[in-house]
Design a protein around this ligand. Structure first.
Ligand code: NAI
Length: 280
């Protein structure tokens, strides 16, 4: 990538995390979201950069340089000269499709989606050129998680796949390539764990705390409830619904009523201050 400019649409949990990492790697980053989100997004990135300085991974001038390379805006604006447009908005096909449809049809860079579960091939059809479209599925928190699933859609070209892998490497991450399939690899494997844990708690077999402690005792860094709180209960529900729908509504993949109840009550996990646990 020559110009080294990335537009990240959606400055929530994932967009801000990815934006901060890309800025540290030297990319100019434009984060697009509602103005009310700009402040929290900036604070998250400042905290990340501060942490990098404390750990000796960044000097003060690199910290300032990374922050200078990031801008926040409400509209996408002109994207000529941009290398990559990466979308990290709500997990909803309609919302993502609308956003890709609005991109300049003459755009010659790459377009990527951070979707956790939706069809990359289906989303590609709304982009200016499906051959220059791919999935770049980061994990939460993007500042810390090394792996990125690099997902090829039906029309993703070899050059696009190579450029996507290159971008992942340039920002210091490791690419794991996969073909388009509901939930890709990680969300497909993890889905039954979340849902079985929810059923066990819903059936009063175990408490949230004891189940987390037991699973963490097996060697998982976070139990399923702590992990759902980190991901966002709303995001996890949307992914559960999407995988359930796409894999033929198998009963074992049916979303749990507790997920819907918590979303209705806005108990969304860490980002709202309360989920399965309470956060200060
Ligand atoms: P989030 O809810 O934290 O942030 C989404 C942001 O998108 C919000 O700030 C919202 O204002 C913004 N947004 C919505 N529509 C927009 C539009 N048209 N233009 C600009 N901004 C818009 O969600 P999160 O967790 O960052 O998830 C985003 C995407 O990343 C989803 O597709 C999700 O499945 C995926 N993902 C989430 C992970 C997680 O653990 N939370 C992990 C990996 C992928």
């Amino acid at each position: 990538m020559n110009h080294r400019t990335v537009v990240v649409i959606g400055a929530g949990t994932m967009g801000s995390g990815i934006g901060g990492v890309a800025a540290v790697a030297g990319f100019s980053v434009q984060l697009v979201d509602r103005p009310t989100v700009h402040g929290p997004s900036r604070s998250r990135i400042e905290r990340f950069l501060e942490g990098q300085v404390k750990r000796g991974r960044l000097g003060a001038s690199e910290q300032a340089g990374a922050l200078r390379r990031i801008s926040w805006r409400e509209e996408i604006g002109r994207i000529d000269g941009v290398d990559l447009v990466l979308e990290a908005v709500v997990e909803d096909l309609g919302a993502k499709a609308e956003l890709f449809s609005a991109l300049d049809r003459g755009f010659s860079g790459l377009v990527a989606t951070n979707t956790s579960s939706l069809s990359v091939s289906a989303l590609a059809e709304f982009a200016p050129d499906p051959s220059r479209f791919l999935g770049l599925h980061f994990f939460n928190p993007p500042e810390r998680m090394a792996l990125v699933e690099v997902v090829s859609g039906a029309k993703t070209s070899k050059e696009t796949l190579a450029a996507g892998q290159n971008f992942v490497r340039q920002i210091g991450k490791e690419a794991a390539c996969t073909r388009d399939s509901p939930g890709f690899i990680v969300n497909r494997v993890a889905r039954p764990i979340y849902l079985e844990a929810l059923r066990l708690v819903g059936d009063k077999v175990a408490s949230v705390e004891s189940l987390d402690r037991l699973v963490e005792g097996l060697g998982f860094p976070l139990g399923p409830f702590r992990l759902m709180d980190l991901i966002g209960i709303d995001v996890n529900l949307a992914v559960s619904e999407s995988v359930y729908r796409q894999l033929g509504q198998e009963p074992r993949l049916r979303p749990h009523p507790l997920q819907r109840k918590m979303v209705a009550e806005r108990r969304l996990g860490r980002k709202s201050g309360e989920g399965f646990y309470t956060y200060a």
